[in-house]
Design a protein around this ligand. Structure first.
Ligand SMILES: *Cc1c(COP(=O)(O)O)cnc(C)c1O
Length: 374
């Protein structure tokens, strides 16, 4: 079955009790059990999960080609659970361009749990060699990465990780399963912030981990962490993500087409030092992205000539783009990424991150061109 068809139907069986075509939201926190606590209906308490969340998990596992999936209260909760599921004292090697919150998890929290974080450039042979020498339990990559839109060859990286005795986790938030299938390329686990494209409407916080068949132990560990922390996706949040999924394929097509149009229109603009978008033929990861993705995604980063001041001034002149963090919603957003990351930011000072929405590309380009003109 094609992805476009699967995404409309995954986890979408009619309600077995009412025949409802839309899924039910089950708010119950507790479920009737037998006299000795026997789980008569397959579940006991909501901290283990809930029926609406289970539907979402079935859908996410199917769409990423995984053996199982766990939904979480946020992408950050999913990332935390994955790290806590590793053996005590584990080393994790992260790609150097990385979502800020996960960099903080690695840098600040992993050592508190007895672990160690290393940061390398997985797109380079030197970086992969350094990772292989680290004796890590897990390699962690985003591709495309945040906020520089770097591309890493996933098939090559999975081979290198496994040869080094490490698992490979891929943060697939920017690509979504509509554009990239990391498990089919050899990854062991995929992370999604469902807050972004999967929810798709800037109105739900959520996360997920999708596991390959060979990563059952990691999946069981992450499930135990989730149970302990209560980091489940609520019934309503699960329902919103399920609802968002139905249009994912259509939305990603428009996000990609608009982002490509914006990148082409701004490429070479005299007010810009660089347009970062893997769909541009001059992007160093273009060939790999073209091979491992079905589209280049909806995020474009601009490096504004003149540094921080000029960059913030361009953001201030935008009218159609909303100045807000996050990404993946129907509306176009812009943020001066270093300001949003705050102290210790790794984003360059001149970088504006654009989440290209579903508006007409001509209107988006016109707004950007006017803002760049001053
Ligand atoms: C937003 C984001 C996260 C964190 O997800 P939350 O749902 O905000 O906790 C992780 N990775 C990437 C790439 C993100 O964009």
């Amino acid at each position: 079955m094609r992805f476009e068809t699967a995404v409309v139907h995954a986890g979408g069986e009619a309600d077995p009790v009412t025949g409802g075509v839309a899924p039910a939201i089950h708010p119950s926190t507790t479920f009737v059990h037998g006299p000795a606590g026997e789980p008569l209906h397959g579940r006991i308490y909501i901290r283990d999960g809930n029926p609406t969340e289970a539907r979402l998990e079935a859908a996410l596992a199917a769409l990423d080609g995984g053996a199982s999936a766990l939904a979480f209260a946020s992408g950050s909760a999913a990332a935390t659970a994955l790290l806590l599921a590793l053996p005590t004292g584990a080393t994790v090697v992260f790609h150097h361009d990385l979502y800020h919150g996960i960099r903080e998890l690695g840098r600040e929290w992993l050592p508190r749990w007895g672990g160690r974080a290393r940061f390398v450039d997985f797109a380079s042979a030197d970086g992969r060699a350094e990772a292989a020498a680290a004796g890590a339990a897990l390699w962690w990559v985003e591709t495309p990465s945040n906020p520089r839109l770097e591309i890493v060859d996933l098939a090559e990286l999975a081979g290198a990780a496994h040869a080094a005795g490490a698992r490979l986790a891929v943060d697939g938030t920017f690509a979504t399963p509509a554009l990239q299938q990391p498990l089919a390329l050899g990854a062991d686990v995929v992370l999604h912030s469902t807050t972004k494209y999967l929810g798709g409407h800037s109105d739900v916080l959520g996360g997920a981990l999708v596991f390959a068949a060979g990563a059952a132990e990691l999946a069981a560990g992450a499930a135990r962490v989730r149970h302990t922390l209560g980091a489940v996706a609520s019934p309503f949040a699960s329902w919103l993500v399920l609802r968002g999924l139905r249009s994912l394929s259509c939305r990603m097509e428009r996000h990609c087409a608009n982002a490509l149009a914006v990148a082409h229109a701004l490429s070479g603009h005299p007010a810009l030092a660089a347009v970062l978008y893997p769909g541009l033929p001059g992007h160093p990861g273009h060939a790999v992205a073209a091979r491992q993705m079905r589209g280049f995604g909806g995020i474009v980063s601009l490096r504004v000539a003149g540094g921080r001041g000029a960059s913030v001034a361009v953001a201030d002149r935008l009218r159609l783009f909303t100045l807000a963090t996050s990404l993946g919603g129907v509306e176009s957003l812009c943020e001066h990424r270093a300001s949003v990351e705050g102290p210790g930011a790794s984003a360059p000072d001149d970088l504006l991150r654009l989440s290209i929405g579903l508006e007409h590309a001509d209107d988006l380009v016109a707004d950007l061109v006017a803002a760049l003109a001053g």
